[in-house]
Write a protein of this length. Structure first.
Length: 114
């Protein structure tokens, strides 16, 4: 399984970005997919997740600003990030879970300037 994350970049405070995570296989085979982020000097944290049934979960810090979604036909999960803040600056990682296995994509850098 390969996960290809893309869509990061440099944006000003209040701006938006959309991250994409394209899987090499059928994403319906995954129990849950999610986005994590890791800022310098901090632990990796869950940003948002989505189950195969479409149930979503968000970190408190992004609720109301970020939206996770999935396109099963394209085997892709998205993270729409609006009203970005400098504290959202981090490397964002895509993760997929299948049974007892976890798969990680490479990170994509998101930088929000003040």
């Amino acid at each position: 399984v390969q996960l290809q994350a893309s869509g990061g970049g440099l944006v000003q405070t209040g701006g938006f970005l959309r991250l994409s995570c394209a899987a090499s296989g059928n994403i319906l085979s995954f129990n849950i997919m999610g986005w994590y982020r890791q800022a310098p000097g901090k632990q990796r944290e869950l940003v948002a997740s989505i189950t195969g049934g479409g149930s979503t979960n968000y970190a408190d810090s992004v609720t109301g600003r970020f939206t996770i979604s999935r396109d099963n036909a394209k085997n892709t999960v998205y993270l729409q990030m609006n009203s970005l803040k400098p504290e959202d600056t981090a490397v964002y990682y895509c993760k997929a879970n299948r049974a007892w296995s976890n798969f990680w994509g490479q990170g994509t850098q998101v930088t929000v300037s003040s």
